[in-house]
Design a protein around this ligand. Structure first.
Ligand code: CTP
Ligand code: CA
Length: 222
């Protein structure tokens, strides 16, 4: 109770956060990636650490640095993020999956640099494992699992469908149609849905402030 008064409501709790993009190798010099900066995930990890939690941060390639003490695991590909998440998930009381995981990865990675021989060139891709859905199927009653949804149309319906399909407790909707939301920006605009599909709409804020809002919503579930 002392700790709660001191503002450390998550002391003794373990939190897993993922952040950043994944890079899927095409050959030794090229990859398929995305514009995720990692800022949102790092802000969430830092906020949880500030609240007293023991934080594990699994991150793809990013220039971000954490300002708190946490266990950081650097990975590159979606497959590596899946392995790391599967290792860390069972010990986590709370998991927030904010990474922008590649949906597709090359069927094969060329051992040597691909030469520009042909006029047309196509790459064969296969689906990656949905990490969040796989954690959702492993989730115990004492665990909280939070995902993100990045949408450009029918945002709310898509977000709610992901919440159900992946067995989440909360989903954070990011619409690319909102001004003030986006990959490289320092601000974000979110809407959070719970399992009863109640929605909470937040104003455009700094990613640090958005991280506080997300953590607050999670604290309400404890
Ligand atoms: N996610 C994941 N593993 C993947 C793809 C996505 O864990 N291979 C997670 C993301 O970290 C995010 C959530 O799933 O928390 C939603 O990601 P999003 O791209 O919005 O949805 P998808 O399920 O990938 O569906 P789509 O891209 O077709 O909208
Ligand atoms: Ca996706």
């Amino acid at each position: 109770e002392d700790f709660i008064r001191k503002g450390l409501p998550l002391l003794g709790r373990k939190v897993l956060v993922t952040a950043g993009p994944t890079y899927e190798a095409i050959d030794p010099v090229r990859f398929i990636g995305n514009h995720s900066s990692g800022k949102m995930g790092f802000a969430i990890a830092d906020e949880f650490a500030r609240l007293g939690a023991e934080v594990v941060l699994i991150t793809g390639p990013t220039a971000e640095k954490s300002s708190h003490t946490l266990k950081r695991i650097d990975i590159v590909s979606a497959a590596q993020m899946l392995d790391a998440c599967r290792q860390e998930f069972e010990n986590a009381d709370i998991t927030v999956m904010s990474a922008a995981v590649a949906d597709y990865t090359p069927v094969t990675t060329a051992a040597q640099k691909i030469k520009k021989t042909t006029e047309e060139f196509s790459l064969e891709l296969k689906k990656t494992t949905d990490i969040l859905a796989s954690l959702g199927s492993l989730k115990r009653a004492d665990q909280i699992l939070v995902g993100f949804a990045l949408e450009t149309e029918n945002e709310e319906a898509h977000a709610q469908a992901k919440l159900t399909r992946k067995n989440l407790d909360l989903i954070v909707l990011n619409s690319l149609n909102d001004k003030g939301a986006g990959f490289k920006m320092n601000t974000n605009k979110i809407t959070i849905f719970n399992r009863s599909f109640e929605k909470t709409v937040f104003e455009t804020k700094s990613k640090t402030a958005v991280a506080k809002d997300i953590c607050n919503e999670i604290l309400k579930l404890l």
